[in-house]
Design a protein around this ligand. Structure first.
Ligand code: NAI
Length: 393
């Protein structure tokens, strides 16, 4: 299986490549991978060692130096692990192509040189993206390529209904509609080249109606949006506890500080909007009576890829007694995200091999804003995944 990362030189993509090779070589354990534990181990999934990598990015660079930088700054991966896989990563850059930053807001500033949309129509951009996927598949002799969006967060798309049908979306591409965001173009290129698609970012990606229709028609699985890795994971585990015990949550304040490029791009209010929404909405759906629910995200450069979330939950119990719960979560952002990306690649490959098309509700537990799924309760989402495994194992 081929894995095509949109954002191939970023922290998550780099950590996923290092991790896949390290697991394949037996240099690290499989801790953190959902597909390496029961019940998913009963499924027929692609071997970690069979994954081949490529992708799009708007920055220059190379995977080995990105990985070295991560090891130096964040201590993840550790030097020994990195040393065991460097040789495997050396060829990846041959398959990393320049991407488009159309409507990417602050992320556009990351670009080295001109992104694809400069001097090209939208239709030409799409053709380039598609051609890159075809070339990767041919050069690496791959039966299947899964595309995963791990690029910087885009500003929210104001009126996505314009692209509500396949015909409308294809018309917009032909008419050189320059309001189309990059994430939609990447998803369009993926699905029209027969590639399953996962959107790990809060960008709209394949959630627009036109792409949902395309995925159904082409018989391809896809899912998003926005990986559920840290504070939100905790919220969807703890929120149902308050609800089930009939404890009334009055306020939930969540304050996140992080130091990586993701945090830097999220400093821009336009780019931050989608992230705040997907992090906030899930709690409202679990605790509809919540009086005050706020999420803050701030960039603290010295933290690098480490993220701290401090949450303060003010709730009431019997006799209207006020109580509080606070937690502090300190996570390595990419070590939390990368295994989920690999899980998604394996599970989407499994789905595609069985001709399962459209949105994949059994993958909801991986996302903060699972498209087409209203259930945010983590354990119920896992029940759906386990039922899926029971049907297929
Ligand atoms: P990063 O900033 O390290 O990597 C993003 C990469 O995407 C960079 O190499 C950048 O040059 C590239 N890029 C930006 N715009 C692009 C475009 N239009 N086309 C192609 N490449 C583009 O960020 P990181 O930490 O790897 O996160 C990636 C995404 O995953 C972000 O959107 C983030 O919000 C999302 N995410 C991360 C989580 C985590 O780290 N735990 C959890 C949930 C979502």
């Amino acid at each position: 299986t081929g894995v095509w990362f949109v954002g191939a030189r970023g922290n998550i993509a780099t950590t996923a490549m290092v991790g896949a090779r390290a697991v394949a070589r037996g240099a690290v354990s499989t801790t953190g991978l959902v597909t390496e534990r029961e019940p998913c181990t009963r499924l027929d999934l692609p071997e970690m060692g069979s994954l081949a990598f490529g992708g799009h990015d708007i920055r220059d660079g190379n995977v080995v130096s990105s990985a070295r930088e991560l090891a130096e700054r964040n201590r993840v991966p550790d030097r020994e692990t990195l040393a065991s896989v460097e040789v495997d990563l050396e060829g990846v850059d041959e398959h990393v192509r320049p991407g488009t930053a159309l409507n990417c807001g602050a992320a556009t500033d990351l670009a080295d040189g001109d992104p694809l949309e400069v001097g090209r129509t939208v239709e030409e951009v799409v053709e380039w993206l598609r051609d890159d996927l075809r070339t990767f598949r041919r050069d690496r002799d791959l039966d299947r390529v899964v595309v995963v969006n791990v690029a910087s967060t885009e500003p929210t798309l104001a009126d996505g209904d314009r692209y509500g049908s396949r015909a409308a979306l294809e018309g917009a591409i032909e008419d050189d509609d320059r309001e189309l965001p990059a994430s939609v173009l990447y998803a369009y290129a993926a699905l029209s080249e027969g590639c399953p698609f996962a959107n790990f970012t809060p960008a709209v990606g394949s959630a627009v109606g036109g792409l949902r229709e395309l995925a159904e028609e082409e018989g391809l699985p896809h899912m998003g949006n926005d990986g559920k890795t840290g504070e939100s994971l905790l919220k969807t585990a703890l929120g149902p506890m308050f609800a089930a015990r009939n404890l009334h949550v009055r306020s939930w304040e969540g304050h996140n500080i992080l130091g990586n490029t993701d945090g830097e791009v999220l400093e821009d209010d336009r780019n931050k909007g989608g992230k705040i929404r997907s992090k906030g909405d899930l709690l409202e759906s679990i605790l509809p009576d919540i009086e005050h629910n706020r999420v803050r995200i701030d960039h603290t450069p010295s933290l690098n890829d480490w993220k701290t979330a401090w949450d303060y939950v003010h709730f009431e119990g019997f006799l209207d007694t006020g109580m509080t719960m606070q937690f502090t979560w300190q996570g390595s952002d990419s070590a939390l995200a990368a295994p989920l990306v690999l899980d998604l690649v394996r599970l989407l490959t499994h789905a595609a091999d069985r001709d399962e098309s459209g949105l994949q509700p059994h993958l909801a537990s991986f996302f903060k804003a699972p498209v087409g799924v209203d259930e945010h309760d983590l354990s119920r989402q896992f029940d759906v995944l386990h039922e899926y495994v029971d049907r297929h194992a």
